[in-house]
Design a protein around this ligand. Structure first.
Ligand SMILES: [Zn+2]
Length: 210
């Protein structure tokens, strides 16, 4: 993408800043408080859970729940169509400095989508063991897309810049689809699910519409 086009794209997402206001508690955008956090926070997350699959899952679940309720708040305030909500989430991702995000193979019927993200904070962890490390980000996508699809979906990072790829790739889909397509990765990233009987819903399943 050339420079001019990049600026136009970014300017389009900046219109969201027009929805910003200052309140007694600080700046808000779209009715949500804005916080600026260092990128290092996210690389610290990865270091925290790199050797600890349970911690990794906790991080994933926490991110999923929090982004889901963020979407519910946005929707309460603004009553967005699913496509508008998705568009807003993509713009917020860029504005937040999480990097460049692209969506592919969006399938509303099958509740599936593929996301490519470049320059997540993990790209600063250069001398590290190869690892599909952006699990906190998978959680964010799972939460956002569960709201967009109005069905509980999960997310797997299927390639990562920490493995030398030029972007991180995430597949969002219902749990059964992920288990079928990436059995080994699914076992690694969802150890508790693998122990569970496939027919028993996990206690972490989001109850949509609450
Ligand atoms: Zn990654």
């Amino acid at each position: 993408m050339n420079r001019k086009r990049k600026i136009i794209e970014f300017a389009k997402s900046l219109h969201l800043l027009g929805k910003a206001r200052i309140t007694d508690t600080g700046p808000e955008m779209l009715g949500q408080r804005i916080m600026i956090v260092p990128r290092e926070l996210f690389t610290e997350f990865i270091d925290l859970y790199r050797e600890d699959p349970e911690m990794e899952q906790t991080m994933y679940r926490t991110m999923k729940k929090s982004v889901y309720s963020f979407c519910a708040d946005l929707d309460d305030d603004r009553d967005l169509e699913p496509a508008e909500l998705l568009n807003t989430l993509l713009k917020l991702t860029k504005l937040n400095g999480f990097g460049h995000i692209e969506i592919n193979d969006y399938d509303r019927e099958m509740k599936e989508a593929v996301f490519y993200v470049r320059n997540l904070p993990s790209d600063e962890l250069d001398d590290t063991e190869p690892f599909k490390g952006d699990t906190y980000w998978s959680g964010m996508l799972a939460g956002g897309m569960s709201y967009v699809f109005q069905q509980d979906v999960e997310c797997l990072e299927t390639q990562c810049m920490l493995e030398g790829e030029n972007s991180c790739k995430f597949l969002v889909a219902p749990k059964t689809t992920l288990r079928q397509r990436h059995p080994q990765l699914f076992r690694e990233k969802f150890p508790a699910e693998t122990r569970n009987d496939a027919r028993t819903p996990s206690p972490d399943t989001l109850v949509i519409g609450e």
